[in-house]
Design a protein around this ligand. Sequence first.
Ligand SMILES: [Fe+2]
Length: 361
Amino acid sequence: MTSADPLPHPYFRPAARARAARIFPPQLRALIEGAAPPLLLDVRSERERAAARLPADRHIPLPELPRRLVELPRDRPIVAYDHHGSDAARAAELLRDRGFPLAASLEGGIDEYATQADPEIGRYSDPGPADGLFLAQLPRPATGCLAYLVGDRETRTAAIVDPGHEIEPYLARLADGGWRLRAIVETHTHADHLAGHAGLHLRTGAPIYVSRRSPARYPHEPLEEGQSIELGGSAAIEVLETPGHTRDHLTLRCGSAIFTGDTLLIGSCGRTDLGDGSPERLYESLEEKLLRLPDETEVYPAHYGARHALVDRWVSTIGFERATNEALRQPDRAAFLRYMTEGWPPKPADFESIVAANLAE
Ligand SMILES: [Fe+2]
């Protein structure tokens, strides 16, 4: 907070005074669906708002709030929200101070709301001011899969990573943002869900990129270690070969973010026994590639949620995973190999036919 900031900082107020209420995502969802929904107030910048927002809300960026109070009702509950929750809490404090007794803030912001209450909202990375990169998570609640739209804000050139077979939401997202699809990229041959590369290619003409090791029978551009896909401007996707979950697995690096597919999930690693995977190769990929990246590297995996026995967070970092991930916390290589080979649930009955469909012409 700079001295030019017009808002009083909560730390400078007497500690004993009551704070504005905080509302948790499931509570807010119930209120929204109830008879008297609160006014939702987005206090983020226009740019953050473009990435994801709650429906039927009002938008007043936090710096403008003090002079635009007249636009808000004093007799209706107001729930301020932002990306993580901290600016919204400041907004709610300000509203209470200025005579809005029913003001509250959304705890955890829109990210937690998307995680806990409404996956359709989608999560997104906090767009850094100097970063021309745009990144949005495109969740598929039915399968617990995560696809990604990543692109260059200036040139509006984008790639979609790991699309699911229902492609209409992606096409809508591309059209909404004025994106030109430059590339469709699969991190690996999926065994748990039908992929959407073929349909997306058919509708957009964008080329499909997969590992040079992929047995794909559809037309594709093969990728290998060190290669990159330019997205125009500042954005490019760099390729790291990380076999293990499957033989053809790639990790894709884009700025400070990596799309880890099923090589590194949040809290675990993807199983290696569906197809041509290898726990030994996975160990090497982790030790020699991913765990050598800086701790602050953001990890964007291909799955989330209880369906995959993973904690319900969608974004992590290399440092956090190094400290907490069950697979990475195994004391040595032998223990890691045991972890990856023992005690997994039975193989899904249909995985071979899914793999065959995902490789078809
Ligand atoms: Fe997979």
